[in-house]
Design a protein around this ligand. Structure first.
Ligand SMILES: Nc1ncnc2c1ncn2[C@@H]1O[C@H](COP(=O)(O)OP(=O)(O)OP(=O)(O)O)[C@@H](O)[C@H]1O
Ligand SMILES: [Mg+2]
Length: 190
């Protein structure tokens, strides 16, 4: 069965980790908008320079840029057999943009995986990642900003997808492999 998935949840919940495992399991690309911005930043592209002002502060990169990179990426050859989107959509305008793209491509979403974890656990994981990876946007201010935007703009989108019958909610706490198994079981049961 073809999987066209979103993986959603707050910062530090393990979206990237689980997206990589799902990518391997289903043989589909994991597409992270955050990773695409970081890659462009590192390589000094025009897109990277435009995004930097926003990513550094933990603010959303404007839709004109973000929607375009997603549209381009979903149109690539390796995305024809399915994909997992991590970090997109993050606002109701991005949900609308994605709906439109998928309608044009004739490839509807198959499920939306929502991960969650207690606030304390998220804080610990983010602090650990900041130490290990030294991401430019893992400063306390940028983290706080990203969490605020998540609560205000992104979390409400879960209701949208729930009402469409697409939501698969899984506990993001515990062992990485166990969580991944649970997600795959839930997806395969649909
Ligand atoms: N869909 C998006 N719309 C606008 N900006 C985005 C989007 N996705 C990523 N960005 C930009 O890239 C930055 C990093 O995003 P990324 O998803 O990697 O980090 P995050 O929010 O901390 O989540 P995680 O903890 O799962 O890595 C965001 O703060 C934002 O500036
Ligand atoms: Mg991530």
């Amino acid at each position: 069965m073809v999987q066209r998935l979103l993986i959603m949840g707050p910062q530090g919940v393990g979206k990237g980790t689980q997206a990589a495992l799902l990518s391997k399991h289903y043989g589909i690309p994991a597409i992270s908008t955050g990773d695409i911005f970081r890659y462009n930043l590192k390589n000094g592209t025009e897109l990277g320079m435009q995004a930097k002002a926003y990513t550094d502060k933990g603010e959303l990169v404007p839709d004109e840029l973000t929607n375009k990179i997603v549209k381009d990426r979903l149109g690539m050859e390796d995305a024809a057999q399915g994909w997992i989107l991590d970090g997109y959509p993050r606002s109701s305008s991005q949900v609308e943009a994605l709906d439109q793209m998928l309608q044009e491509l004739g490839t509807p979403l198959t499920a939306v995986v929502a991960l969650d974890a207690d606030h304390d656990i998220l804080m610990k994981r983010i602090a650990k990642r900041a130490e290990e990876e030294g991401r430019a946007d893992d400063t306390p201010e940028a983290i706080a900003k990203r969490l605020d935007i998540y609560a205000e703009k992104t979390a409400p989108l879960l209701d949208t997808y729930k009402s469409r019958g697409l939501l698969v909610a899984v506990d993001g706490q515990g062992e990485v492999d166990r969580i991944s198994q649970t997600i795959i079981e839930e997806l395969d049961r649909r």
